[in-house]
Write a protein of this length. Structure first.
Ligand code: FE2
Length: 271
């Protein structure tokens, strides 16, 4: 459980109050009248066309049945969507961010350290965001009953981790580089190496589910999921870059992946 002192989530210069405390901690004007709580919250900017995946993208077969057939209905941004949910931080431990030390031995594969910052569209750090990751092992196999690829499972690798961003919006985790794997989208279809990300920022509207790719991967050109995004600059936001600063001698290669929640330069969402 969070203490009352921990009840505020800082996002840059903006303080977010969770719903239950906002109603009692609502700011007052100099005349003593309560101000409209909605006026204290950020307004998210419109998203330029082409910078997020198309719902209907025929090369990605799953989109044929999944894409909406009617225009979307825009809902107003309400107080609860912009301030909640609030999650406790006690359950997330530092060991959750090391995917290579969850078993008796180290997993097979190329050890990597992935790091980055979680930002809002104006470049302000999003602190206190929950970052969850999951991935295939070095052979391209998920530890999941639905993954029946005949690559070997790794008894020393579950492929799941999580962490909370610090005051500068930074996160970091240790893992192994995932392998490419085949999938049934079309003949000889292979997913490029990727790590799945799920983020919870200050509210439901700053939720993001996406995939991080690796620089120079020849499979990106042929991947229908990566190519659901048509804007070339937006696509580049999905690719990490090699990071000497976080490359450790005799230990691991570093990769940097910055994430923008919401707005005109948002990291593309997985759809
Ligand atoms: Fe995947």
């Amino acid at each position: 459980m969070m203490s009352a002192a921990d009840d505020r989530l800082q996002t840059g210069s903006t303080t977010f109050f969770p719903v239950h405390s906002r109603l009692t901690a609502m700011p007052t004007s100099s005349r003593g009248r309560r101000q409209d709580p909605m006026s204290q919250l950020p307004i998210f900017q419109n998203i330029p066309p082409g910078t997020q995946p198309e719902y209907f993208h025929p090369p990605y077969r799953s989109s044929l049945k999944r894409a909406p057939t009617r225009p979307l209905v825009l809902l107003p941004q309400t107080l609860s969507e912009r301030t909640g949910p609030v999650f406790g931080h006690a359950a997330v431990t530092t060991s959750d961010s090391d995917l290579t030390s969850q078993h008796a031995g180290p997993p097979g594969g190329e050890r990597i350290v992935v790091n980055g910052r979680v930002l809002d569209e104006d470049g302000r750090p999003v602190s206190g965001a929950l970052v969850e990751v999951w991935q295939a092992n070095a052979a391209g196999r998920y530890k999941h009953k639905l993954d029946q690829h005949n690559a070997p499972l790794d008894p020393n690798f579950d492929g799941c981790g999580r962490m909370i961003t610090d005051a500068d919006g930074r996160y970091r985790f240790t893992s192994i580089k995932p392998g490419a794997y085949p999938w049934g989208n079309h003949h000889n279809a292979w997913r490029p190496a990727h790590i799945h990300f799920s983020l919870f920022g200050a509210g439901l509207l700053s939720r993001l589910v996406t995939q991080m790719y690796f620089p120079g991967d020849p499979l990106l050109e042929f991947d229908p999921i990566y190519n659901c995004v048509s804007d070339e600059k937006a696509k580049l936001r999905l690719i990490s870059w090699f990071d000497w600063e976080h490359t450790s001698p005799e230990f691991a290669l570093g990769y940097r992946f910055d994430i923008v929640l919401r707005g005109r330069i948002a990291t593309p969402m997985e759809k």
